[in-house]
Design a protein around this ligand. Sequence first.
Ligand SMILES: [Zn+2]
Ligand SMILES: [Zn+2]
Length: 689
Amino acid sequence: MIDKSPIGNTQFPEDCDGTQGNLPVEAGNCSVIHTCDICPKVIFESEKALERHIEIRHKSLMEGINFLLGKEHSDFTIELSDEKRAALGAKAFDVAKKRDAGHGMLECASIARQQLQRIVDVWHPGAEVFIFGSSLVMSSWDGKSDIDFAVVDPHAYVQRKWPPEEKNAVRELTDLCKSAGFKVSSLECVDTARVPIVKHKTLQDSLLNTVANTKPAEKARRSICLTYRSEKVKTTEALRAWLEKETETATIEEIIDEGQCNATVTFTTSTNAMVAMIKVNNGQKRRLNEYFSARIMDERFPPEAHCIDFDLCLRQFGIRNSEYLRKLHTLYDNSPFLRSGAVVLKEWSKLWGLNNSFMGFLTSYAINIMWIFFLVKRDVIPYASPYDTPENPREALREPTYVPILPQSAGSSEVQIKMGSLLADFFKFYATEFDWEKNVVSLNRPGITTKKSIGWTSENEIKLSRQSKNVQYVVCIEDPYEPNLNLGRHLGVCKARKIKAEFRRAALSVINDNADECIMFTSKYKKQVQVPIKEPPREIFEEVQKVVYDSFGSTGAQFTPDSLRQMLIESCPNAFQALSNYWNWKILVRRLGLRQVGDQIHKRACFDFLSEKLRGKPAFKVPVQGSPIKAVGRDTIDDCAVAPVCTPNIVKASFTPFSPLSRQHSCGFQRLHSHSLGNVLKMLRFTRI
Ligand SMILES: [Zn+2]
Ligand SMILES: [Zn+2]
């Protein structure tokens, strides 16, 4: 749940505080600015102008979306046979089951928490380790995904003295983890992030499985190797006495003298072994003329905390909303349907790009709120106010108690029919029933919340600030706790349509496809979209520019679109061909400083400026296309896009800096590309199924 993405970071919404001051329009002025959420720097005076921009500029992108949002799909009923609904439900349970590795695995996570608690005890007595995030909400764990831990001193929190200085705190905790035997290579102290964390990644697959399920591991994970040089400690008896004093407990089961001042010490539990390791290693600083150090006896079988991937932060924010969601996910008769559906919808939304906070779409958390809101609306679960869950983490669970994800009789067709019906109805609800224009998806109060009633109207939107700080109210999903936080704030006109289209698509697939082929469960119909890298190599463009400027400038020729195209094909066929891999005709004409009016090509104001720049430059001829290889993008963002086929020369040329856009900009033209445009395009575009 810890999310360090630049856009759409719903877990740590501080970046939105106070941005209201950035409003570019005076409050009294009241005129609403229209912006495109793909081209962040362009302003439109009216909704109509924006629509026209989207229609022209994002035509290919919106084609599939408009197809799904079209009138012919606006009204439908989902009437499915019981067989079909049971098949959908059974499939959903199959997906959900994978998310639950059973009671034993969750137990390991709890033991890991207790071990981290012992580390924290050394650091700050009174601070407590909480498990939050999806393993707490679901009350089960898949044995693989990251566990989220929060370290909070509830007493200090009440006095507003928590969190402490986080940078130092995560550094100190990282050091303590190292003395507890954590491998340096698998620990990362992320102290420069907005929310500093200690990050642990095991570098070994299914380490926990090995440790939890093999016989020799049982004893090994309770044992440590001790090396000591001391005048006072010469025998194993003396060592036992020293250790018991040092660790303030009597938990030693066995000491084996390995000779040369080495001993293997086995404790009653793996947690006790870890405590001993911390105390021995951490106490070394205060020892004079004595040396004691402890390490894990067998690297293959370390204590549980070493075997799981986790993020550890010092903020309490996630504890309360996890606790609220956990209650909803476990307390009611119908909670098993809520749990199973939540798993399915998380996977569906990730698969189809609605759930991608990095790209400014939604988070799993937001999708889950939508699912719960729907279930409350349908009286499947009762309404429960988020404010009934206390703010003070003292009341919250430290770790989940295991509850299987599936309902008890998931095999019965009656239960499967219910699951299938709920999922189908969910898609229909958001595709056709829910009024996105007027209403807010909200658990903050029972009944309907309108945008107007909480002031989430277009007058209060924040646009034209840094894109990640923009707040829009097109798609409204209210965060249960963070005041005035819209979880859909980064969705503008285009992205909102994508979201709505995905609900339509899922609903249509539920109706038309059989359960195995339903896009709720499969990516079979998802096509890899090819996105060209955003700018062509400078040399190619310059060759075309030169041809155009020469013929316009010296001969004063008049062109129609056809004759211009013909002239380019004759004068610079390779360059023209290569350019059309990047730009369509309309954009090419524009970039050349021209304008197409009816059947005539005219110069624009910047034409002379552009041609002046090129004068005197030596001509460059694009070589004939050789064996095609893939071009590589100029920076990492381009790497995400699938590059078009290019010659090696073009690949080489594409690494040189190039800025026709900034040149045009200086002539008074708006920039039309955001840095991550290629990525956004990739997210938005899809083909018909
Ligand atoms: Zn746009
Ligand atoms: Zn934000």
